[in-house]
Design a binder for this molecule. Structure first.
Ligand SMILES: [Zn+2]
Length: 217
C-alpha cells in the first residue's frame, strides 16, 4: 500500500493478509501473463513424484539447474529407470540456432525499454532471480534485437517518406529538426536528431550518433 493510503478491510477479504497482492492481480489481470516467478520450494513441490510412473522421488535425486532465466529440473527415477528433464521455457528458432524464448525476450525487453543492463543484473542478483548473463544479453541485443529493429525501422521510414511526398504541396514541405543528447553535461555520449514534417507532425528521419562522429561534433 502506498504511503498515506488507508486500509479498509472489505467484507469478502476478511482476514486476508495479502490485500495489496490481490489488488495488483485484478489491476494487471487485463493482460494475459506469459511468465511467472516461481519460488524454488514451490517448484520442487511439483517434483515429489515421477512424471512417468508416479513413484515417489527421493528429493536428493531431483537436481535443479539453470541456463539464464531458464530453470531446468533433472531426475532419474529409481522405480521406472527413466531420466526426466523438465525446462521452464520452450526454445524458439530454427535448426541449431535455437534459444530459450524467455532469455531472448528478457534481453530484447530490457533493450527496448531502456533498462541499463548492469542495473538489471544487479536487480536480479539482489532478488536471487535467474537472468541471462550481461554478456549473453548484449549478444542477443547485438545479433537479434538490433537487426530486427533496424529492419522494422527501415520499412516504416520508407512508408512515412512516401506518404510525406504524396501529400506535399507544390511549394514543398516544411521540416523541423530537433536534436537531443542522451544525458545532460559531460556524461552525454550520443546525440539523437529527429527530422519532422512540420505540418504532418511525423518523423521523416532519425539518427543517433556518438558525439565524436563527424556529423555531430
Ligand atoms: Zn518413474
Amino acid at each position: 500500500l502506498s504511503q498515506g493510503s488507508e486500509y479498509v478491510p472489505s467484507e469478502e477479504s476478511g482476514g486476508d493478509t495479502e490485500e495489496s497482492d490481490s489488488e495488483e492481480t485484478s489491476e494487471n489481470g487485463k493482460r494475459e501473463r506469459k511468465y511467472r516467478i516461481v519460488g524454488n520450494e514451490q517448484l520442487l513441490e511439483l517434483f515429489r513424484r515421477c512424471k512417468e510412473c508416479g513413484a515417489q522421488l527421493d528429493t536428493s535425486e531431483v537436481v535443479m539447474r539453470e541456463e539464464g532465466s531458464v530453470c531446468i529440473v533433472d531426475y532419474a527415477c529409481l522405480s521406472c529407470g527413466k531420466s526426466v528433464t523438465w525446462r521452464s521455457q520452450s526454445r524458439i528458432g530454427k535448426g541449431k540456432s535455437t534459444v530459450y524464448e524467455g532469455n531472448q525476450e528478457i534481453a530484447v525487453g530490457a533493450f527496448i525499454t531502456g533498462v541499463p543492463i548492469p542495473r538489471f543484473t544487479d536487480f536480479a542478483q539482489l532478488l536471487g532471480l535467474g537472468l541471462p548473463t550481461e554478456r549473453a544479453m548484449r549478444r542477443t541485443i547485438r545479433d537479434i534485437a538490433c537487426p530486427a529493429i533496424k529492419r522494422v525501422f527501415k520499412v516504416w521510414e520508407a512508408h512515412v517518406r512516401s506518404m510525406v511526398k504524396d501529400v506535399a504541396e507544390p511549394g514543398g514541405i516544411a521540416i523541423s529538426i530537433d536534436g537531443q543528447y542522451d544525458s545532460p553535461g559531460f556524461n552525454a555520449t550520443n546525440c539523437k536528431v529527429t527530422i519532422m514534417d512540420a505540418n504532418l507532425k511525423v518523423a521523416i528521419a532519425g539518427v543517433s550518433l556518438h558525439k565524436h562522429e563527424p556529423e555531430i561534433g
